[in-house]
Write a protein that binds this ligand. Structure first.
Ligand SMILES: [Zn+2]
Length: 305
């Protein structure tokens, strides 16, 4: 369900965009134009990517969505950096530290991680059978070497038997997929009756977004098609016979430092998060965000109704 432009006004293209409305792909309600955002790594010269905000379910979405060939260019550059950089430089990559702790808490025999990357996050999860979906060949190969049964391809091409998995995880992945309704409709068939879906994703309702707005690192244009909130994930799940049975907020201090970096210098330079003082301040800000429940990331656990 792509967002659909439903109204246009006269004027310059920018004025037209501000005056236009789009339907939220999650809840279907009329949404407001938010900003046109450059990619933070400046892979594209002067290209901007329009984002919209839905006040009904509290979510951001990209509309129109970037073309597939442009997206491939973004991911090629991203993974080339991972593969080429040394182990010390790899520490520059933004990380979410609580992946494995989440998965460990889940119970079961068979787990699927959608967008599993090199599989690092669930190799010690305690599950007997580890499955992954990963479209990028170079990291999919690394996951296979760890004993993970990887479907090397995109989500659309993946297929598993009905009621096959105890747990299905999306660790900062759902926001990268074009149509989250299609995703949930498909994976609910793969889930055992008492199984769980775990989604970790940037928080649309975060203090980082409030302070940095279009400079927030959480947009990650154009790779992120969405930013969700607890409300929008609940709205997303219900039409598919799924409900939220658990939720928590997750701090991402690095995102404060990276957002400041983008706002100040116009480009994301990950070396800033190697500075001790910067990270200390970022941790403090994310701690303060926890006081009003607006940390940078959220996690929900979904179960079948
Ligand atoms: Zn909405």
């Amino acid at each position: 369900m792509a967002g659909i432009l439903i109204a246009m006004a006269d004027g310059t293209p920018q004025e037209q965009q501000r005056a236009a409305h789009a339907l939220c792909p999650i809840c279907g309600m009329k949404s407001e134009y938010f900003a046109s955002i450059k990619d933070a790594h400046r892979l594209f010269h002067s290209r901007v990517f329009p984002y919209w905000y839905c006040g009904n379910c509290c979510s951001f979405f990209q509309h129109p969505q970037v073309e597939e060939h442009e997206l491939a260019y973004v991911y090629d550059a991203y993974y080339r950096r991972i593969v080429e950089c040394t182990s010390s430089a790899r520490k520059e990559m933004p990380t979410t530290t609580s992946h494995s702790s989440t998965v460990v808490q889940m119970k079961g025999k068979r787990i699927l991680d959608v967008g599993c990357g090199d599989g690092s996050f669930f190799v010690n999860s305690g599950y007997e059978e580890l499955y992954g979906i990963e479209p990028t060949k170079v990291v999919a190969e690394r996951a296979k070497q760890k004993g993970i049964r990887v479907h090397e391809g995109d989500f659309e091409s993946a297929s598993y038997p009905d009621e096959f998995f105890d747990t299905i995880t999306f660790i900062h992945v759902l926001e990268h997929l074009r149509d989250p309704h299609y995703v949930l409709e498909k994976i609910k068939e793969w889930l055992k009756p008492h199984g769980s879906i775990v989604i970790q994703t940037p928080n649309a309702d975060s203090n980082i977004n409030r302070l940095f707005r279009q400079h927030s690192q959480l947009f990650a244009a154009p790779a992120h098609f969405y930013q969700f909130s607890f409300k929008s994930l609940d709205v997303l799940a219900r039409p598919h016979g799924l409900k939220v049975v658990g939720k928590r907020r997750i701090g991402l201090p690095e995102s404060w430092a990276l957002s400041y970096n983008i706002k100040t210098f116009g480009v994301q330079d990950n070396t800033c998060i190697r500075t001790g003082l910067v990270l200390l301040i970022a941790r403090l800000l994310e701690h303060l965000s926890s006081l009003n429940n607006r940390q940078a990331a959220i996690e929900v656990q979904l179960a079948k109704l």
